[in-house]
Design a protein around this ligand. Structure first.
Ligand code: SAM
Length: 260
């Protein structure tokens, strides 16, 4: 155990279980020509495995970890930016690197899971695959199946960009300090052929509005829209007119937004 003043405000729960760490690092097949972005290396438990496979660019907000990390990985192709990942211009940072494929592999700080993923998407960082550890309940939502209680607007938003796979569950006992929740490893593989959406802004707004009150019907949630245009698509897809958002697929949402 390193001599470190653990900071709850930065979501610092460090991985202790070597088998789990190896398993996470092996979800992606990466090689020496590839670059892995690691967000929040902490004391470098996962980084230790990543530097053996590929070049690593790490972002760590806690400057107290600078010395440990720089010393530990001085003989590897490893760089660290000691800053808040959310404040970085990642594409600009990447200009200094030559690489074949780009990956993000991280045990995320859970207080900013969605902002981190959204940033990577919105800033169009061209990532081939992400392997992310997130809180189990959050991961269930990200990877939810249509018609289940976890299926929500974030599910559709993320599935528009990625094929999301549940890799494995990680018990809270694998960390120090031990968190109050279990975790899950998800892999996000970039979709080469996204569903066709004419106006992404409208599409994302439609999804958000459709789930505003989950127990209500789509018609009730979409009062401000021209519902006859929504109905046309529901009928075309043999969906009942009192359908709820949780029973509408990504493809049908795309069709609805393209018809509005
Ligand atoms: N990767 C390490 C491990 O698995 O043992 C640590 C994971 S810990 C859950 C999350 C890490 O993210 C911490 O080291 C924390 O300091 C760092 N962190 C928190 N907020 C951050 C931010 N905004 N930008 C970069 N790193 C951040």
């Amino acid at each position: 155990m390193i001599d470190h003043n653990f900071k709850k405000k930065f979501g610092q729960n460090f991985l202790q279980d070597k088998n789990i760490i190896k398993k996470i690092a092996n979800v992606c097949e990466t090689n020496k020509e590839d670059l892995i972005i690691e967000i929040g290396p902490g004391a470098g438990a996962l980084t230790e495995e990543l530097v053996l496979k590929s070049k690593v660019l790490a972002y760590e907000i806690d400057k107290d970890l600078e010395e440990v990390l720089k010393e530990k990985f001085k003989d590897y192709d490893f760089n660290i930016i000691l800053d808040d990942f959310l404040k970085r211009d990642v594409k600009k940072d990447l200009k200094d690197y030559d690489y074949k494929n780009l990956y993000v592999i991280a045990n995320l700080p859970y207080y900013i899971t969605t902002p981190i993923i959204t940033k990577i998407i919105e800033e169009k960082v061209d990532v081939n695959k992400m392997v992310l550890m997130v809180q189990k309940e959050v991961g269930e939502r990200f990877s939810a199946v249509i018609g289940t209680k976890d299926y929500s607007s974030i599910t559709i938003f993320l599935n528009y960009y990625f094929n999301i796979k549940k890799e494995f569950i990680v018990s809270r006992n694998a960390f120090y300090p031990k968190p109050n929740v279990d975790s899950i490893i998800l892999s996000f593989t970039k979709k080469d052929n996204r569903v066709k959406v004419n106006n992404e802004e409208l599409f994302f707004k439609l999804i958000k509005d459709s789930f505003v009150q989950k127990r209500k019907t789509l018609r009730n949630n979409l009062k401000q829209y021209d519902f006859s245009k929504v109905e046309e698509i529901l009928l075309k897809n043999n969906l009942p007119l009192d359908v709820r958002a949780e029973n509408i697929s990504l493809e049908v949402f795309a069709e609805i937004s393209n018809n509005l």
